[in-house]
Write a protein that binds this ligand. Structure first.
Ligand code: HAM
Length: 416
């Protein structure tokens, strides 16, 4: 037998309604925030992620699914959604459209990570990206979109943590302070951090190695190095969030795992999921469009991992089930049941009949198993009288219904 690749999962028919609930909620929230869908390819030129996500990130150095295609190009399955959307924004001249441009996506992503609960090699993101506004209310709006999404899913115990990691100006000063602080400890830190020290000291703060964590705890805090503009921006974001009654804590150790971020960064962390508790992460990336060859266009967004939302527990409606099962006792009544059921389906009623040649008893057992709201069995006398008994499974109540009136009957009486 051939097994599913490590770190991937099937969504089976019995679970798909949960996914559909999350996706429908995502689209509903997106529509209310005036976000329109954008679809970009599953793979991009590797160069996009090297420049976009950053060469010192774990995602780029360790986790990308990169291969050479038959034309000798280096191709990578997208490890996240932002870089592709930014590429599309530039390539399609969207900076000339009405700004801010607000887009969302629901798409698979690929990271070669060590799989564990809540961490997969193929996972799915709902993400939003807003291009063109540098205003702090945009930061609050994007955070509020994530907050609304989690609320509408019924997720409990998701806590919002925010931080500012400054702009180019304040980051340069902070990097100097970090270098001064880490220099004496470098010999006791991991090789990757030694490399990060030269290329991007901020990344050290995010190191997962225990021996490095011992030093990062006492490192200088970015918030102490923000320039006046970044400080003011961060203050305003907080006051807009407060105005919307969104609870948050400022956590100066959030730096995020991708290099494009500037100023506001944030995460919604679940207390229910365990070590992979970050349900959703995002932030401002004012330099990315320019870095990728576009204009000076500020931007901000977030992405939520759908598998983690499922782990956190969504309050989804029940799995769908047929409104009515119509069974048949013999050949002519089976034919009538078949006609009736397909007539109902043509009018958008979820209906089912026997496709297995089962006995009446087995048909009723099946109708119960699939959760039909009503059942009816047709035989010779029903064909003759043109009416049948319809049983409401919830309470066993029986209704006499003309065969010709089954559609109006279910329309009036179904709760589904
Ligand atoms: P990220 O924090 O790398 O950010 O990923 C966002 C979310 O994707 C995480 O919070 C998590 O829920 C989910 N996720 C990430 N890796 C995995 C994995 N291996 N298995 C399961 N779920 C995972 C980004 O991707 C940014 N592009 C977000 C963004 C959009 N920033 C601005 N705009």
């Amino acid at each position: 037998m051939i097994n599913i690749p490590k770190g991937t999962k099937d969504v089976l028919p019995e679970q798909s309604h949960l996914w559909q609930f999350i996706e429908d909620t995502a689209r509903e929230v997106a529509a209310s925030f005036n976000l329109r869908e954008i679809r970009t390819p599953v793979f991009e030129h590797t160069e996009l992620f090297l420049r976009g996500v950053g060469e010192t990130t774990d995602v780029v150095t360790k986790e990308m699914y990169t291969f050479e295609d038959k034309g000798g190009r280096s191709i990578t399955l997208k490890p996240e959604g932002t870089a592709g959307v930014a590429r599309s924004f530039i390539e399609n001249g969207l900076q000339n459209s009405a700004l801010p441009l607000k887009a969302y996506y629901i798409a698979p992503c690929y990271r070669y990570e060590r799989p564990q609960k809540g961490r997969l090699r193929e996972f799915h993101q709902f993400g939003i990206e807003t291009f063109g506004s540098a205003q702090p209310e945009t930061d609050a709006e994007v955070i509020f979109a994530a907050h609304t999404f989690l609320q509408k899913l019924g997720i409990k115990g998701a806590e919002l943590e925010i931080n500012s990691i400054g702009c180019k100006t304040c980051r340069a000063e902070y990097n100097r302070a970090l270098k001064e602080y880490f220099r004496p400890h470098l010999k006791d830190m991991c090789a990757t951090c030694n490399d990060r020290f030269e290329k991007n000291p901020l990344r050290i703060i995010d190191c997962k190695e225990e021996r490095c964590k011992a030093f990062t705890a006492g490192a200088p805090k970015i918030l102490d190095y923000l320039c006046p503009d970044c400080k003011q921006h961060f203050k305003k974001v907080q006051s807009y969030l407060t105005a919307l009654n969104v609870k948050f804590t400022v956590n100066s150790s959030i730096v995020r795992g991708l290099d494009y971020y500037t100023r506001t960064v944030f995460e919604f962390v679940s207390t229910q999921v365990g070590t992979q508790g970050t349900l959703c992460g995002g932030g401002r990336y004012d330099g990315l469009i320019e870095e990728l060859g576009g204009g000076n266009v500020p931007a901000i967004g977030f992405a939520a991992g759908l598998e983690r939302l499922l782990l956190a527990g969504v309050n989804a409606p029940q799995a769908p089930a047929p409104v009515i099962y119509v069974g048949g006792m013999d050949e002519p009544s089976r034919l009538k049941a078949f006609e009736l059921v397909n007539g109902l389906r043509a009018q958008n009623v979820a209906a089912e009949c026997d496709l297995m040649g089962r006995s009446v008893k087995a048909q009723l057992k099946y109708a119960d198993k699939i959760g039909a709201e009503f059942t009816a069995i047709i035989g010779g006398s029903e064909l003759e009288s043109g009416a049948c008994n319809v049983k409401r499974m919830r309470d066993g109540q029986i209704f006499q219904v003309k065969l010709a009136d089954i559609y109006p009957f279910v329309s009036d009486n179904s709760n589904r």
